[in-house]
Design a protein around this ligand. Structure first.
Ligand code: ADP
Length: 323
């Protein structure tokens, strides 16, 4: 019987459990034995591995986080660490390892593949910042969490005629910031992608003053954590230059937690089955992705060369609607 390992790695994301469950159950359905590897590559190096059955993954579909836990593993980025990981995959006789995680985890999977371990990547990160796929598991849940927080902040901002500055996750990519900018009706959105060209007077102060002159009673500025200008600096600038009361809120890890939305559960479930079917059909070193609305699998080396960027049209829409 062929054996598959499954691990979650890097930053956790809601829906990872749904993906684990899907890999395990699809694996069993197609006659594989499935092994859970705890704490990402760290657990693979340490041999922290346990066989899973259909019941091991019962009652987790709706839970945030990852039952296998996750880790960042500096050891795994070294040649020595990777060799240990490979030898452990051999100890457990794993024919393939399914890696659920973000861009870094996919790069780690590619390194494993270069050492002869067959890997399948499943994109899981709240940031939606993997070039090979239009969508990553966890993004929709994170958006809804941020939107929920923003709605609450908006209630109190309106009552006090305040300017709220909300810092959201996204060190290199502004997908969360831009989407919530649109769904939450922000006056200004500050993205990591425009690093080096932020002009606080023009990009933040001016839209707020214009909004005030049009009779608005509250103002929302969304800042991605990796953008130039921290929420606190913008809070200070708005207070000094407009005389409005400004308050920065840094959402932090709240954005990673919570029960996954239907969209994330379904995407994770579909991707998990696809990963196993790719293995069934003899696929080697592939990543699962959604491209133009279609579920596909792509060679891992090619996938890691792919880039995507924020949709300029979405940036324009956000500006138009802040009037
Ligand atoms: P994410 O998968 O969420 O992007 P990280 O970037 O922290 O999270 O990556 C998770 C783990 O994957 C790292 O701790 C490391 O062990 C491994 N990894 C990340 N980048 C690389 C790389 N370029 N080469 C090999 N392994 C990597």
């Amino acid at each position: 019987v062929r054996k598959i390992g499954v691990l979650t790695s890097g930053g956790d994301a809601p829906g990872m459990n749904a993906a684990i469950r899907s890999v395990v159950r699809a694996g069993l359905y197609y006659g594989f034995r499935v092994y859970g590897i705890r704490k990402g590559y760290e657990g693979l190096i340490n041999g922290d591995v346990e066989e899973l059955n259909a019941r091991s993954v019962g009652d987790i579909l709706h839970k945030g986080g990852t039952i296998l836990q996750t880790a960042r593993s500096p050891r795994f980025t070294t040649e020595e660490g990777q060799k240990k990981a490979v030898s452990m995959a051999n100890v457990f006789d794993l024919d393939a390892v399914v890696v659920i995680g973000g861009d870094g985890s996919h790069r780690g999977a590619r390194d494993l593949s270069r050492h002869g371990v067959n890997v399948i990547g499943i994109p899981g990160t709240i940031d939606n910042d993997i070039g090979s796929t239009d969508y990553t598991i966890g993004f929709d849940t994170a958006l809804n969490t941020v939107q929920d927080a923003l709605d609450k902040i908006r209630d109190t901002a309106y009552s006090h005629e305040r300017c709220s500055i909300l810092e959201v996750m996204g060190r290199h990519a502004g997908y969360i910031a831009l989407n919530v900018g649109i769904s939450g009706g922000a006056e200004a959105v500050i993205l990591p992608e425009i690093a080096g060209s932020l002009d606080i007077d023009k990009d933040v102060i001016k839209p707020i003053i214009e909004a005030r002159n049009r009779g608005k009673k509250h103002y929302i500025v969304i800042v991605a954590e990796g953008a130039e200008g921290k929420a606190i600096e913008i809070e200070r600038a708005v207070t000094e230059k407009t005389g409005l009361e400004a308050r920065a809120t840094i959402l932090g890890h709240i954005q990673r937690g919570g029960s996954p939305t239907v969209h994330d559960r379904v995407t994770a479930s579909v991707m998990g089955v696809k990963a196993v079917e790719v293995l069934m059909n003899g696929g080697k070193n592939r990543v699962i992705a959604i491209k133009n609305g279609k579920l596909v699998d792509i060679d891992i080396d090619e996938a890691l060369e792919m880039k995507k960027s924020l949709d300029e049209e979405m940036i324009k829409i956000c500006k138009i609607l802040s009037l």
